[in-house]
Design a protein around this ligand. Structure first.
Ligand SMILES: [Zn+2]
Ligand SMILES: [Zn+2]
Length: 310
């Protein structure tokens, strides 16, 4: 899976940073996590096609997470999209979308399915599994865990050869589930490999429902609006500090942590990253247009994508 950060700023955009939007891609299918103002333009500057978005998952209805949605939906329509789109979010997302689209005469020419969720649901998006968990942000809010498609187990070719299966054609038959010369697929093919999991917090204070939902995630994408020096403000405004996010990742036995939704007060984001790494070394702070690739070998940072460097 690839994770592309289109906007990483908290609350308001800046010259360097756009508001919350993250694209997760598996194969050619894209799931968009939140859709702050300016997201469609960021997508157009990126290597990802906005026409391949299968679902937009909204964590809550604060403007910095939804103001980009009506524009994106309208542009898809004007670009002759016919594929259906799922829009998912907490209660009220349907009414919000209806209001924004109707007053702007933004009716779409393709089917939009709106699903309102509160936590505990599981959805299928083109074979990707999305589970929803409740978060703690002072208004209706949720987080999401996106799980990639499972992959077939690995064929132990040496073992197959030792059992008398030698040709490439017969190996392929085993992979297709056929028994060859008395050798059964389960004799030489390992167990199915579960898809990797990427969790996204949206805006939240640390909370038990999140601890449970993100356990063992390959990547936790977590908000870190504040640093520990502003911990009291984080509590007051229902947000998380970089240190707390790292503690969540550590306690969840996650493999990697990527911080986003960073307050513009922190000119130097490396300090935010350092605070998290002091607790959980596998921590990164996202930058706008930063692309990460998650494979079975781990998480790779591919740097910032630019129109010249896509
Ligand atoms: Zn926010
Ligand atoms: Zn918020």
């Amino acid at each position: 899976m690839e994770i592309l950060f289109l906007g990483t700023s908290a609350a308001v955009p800046s010259k360097e940073h756009s508001t919350s939007c993250i694209a997760v891609r598996s194969g050619s299918d894209i799931i968009l996590l939140d859709c702050g103002e300016g997201s469609q333009r960021q997508l157009m500057l990126s290597p990802f096609s906005f026409m391949k978005i299968r679902a937009v998952l909204i964590t809550h209805l604060h403007g910095d997470h939804v103001f980009g949605l009506p524009g994106l939906l309208q542009t898809m329509s004007l670009s002759n999209r016919t594929d259906p789109l799922l829009v998912c979010g907490p209660p009220g997302v349907g009414a919000a979308l209806e209001a924004m689209m109707s007053v702007t005469e933004g009716e779409t020419q393709y089917p939009v399915e709106v699903r309102e969720v509160s936590g505990g649901e599981s959805l299928d998006v083109n074979g990707l599994t999305v589970t929803v968990y409740a978060t703690d942000h002072g208004i209706a809010s949720v987080g999401y865990v996106v799980q990639d498609r499972q992959r077939p187990g690995k064929l132990d070719a040496a073992k197959a050869r030792s059992m008398g299966v030698t040709s490439g054609r017969d190996m392929a038959r085993l992979k297709n589930g056929e028994t060859v010369n008395g050798v059964r697929p389960e004799d030489v093919i390992g167990p199915v490999i579960p898809g990797q999991r990427v969790a996204y917090s949206g805006d939240t204070r640390p909370c038990p429902t999140e601890d449970e939902a993100v356990r063992g995630a390959d990547v936790i994408v977590h908000e870190a609006t504040y640093m520990e020096s502003e911990a009291a403000q984080a509590v007051d405004h229902f947000h998380t500090t970089a240190r707390q996010a790292a503690e969540i990742a550590r306690d969840a036995c996650a493999r990697h942590l990527i911080l986003t939704h960073i307050s513009n007060r922190y000119d130097d984001r490396s300090a935010v990253e350092a605070e998290a790494r002091s607790v959980f070394p596998e921590s990164y702070v996202a930058e706008d247009m930063g692309l990460f690739t998650l494979t079975s070998a781990g998480l790779r940072y591919d740097g910032v994508r630019t129109p010249e460097n896509r």
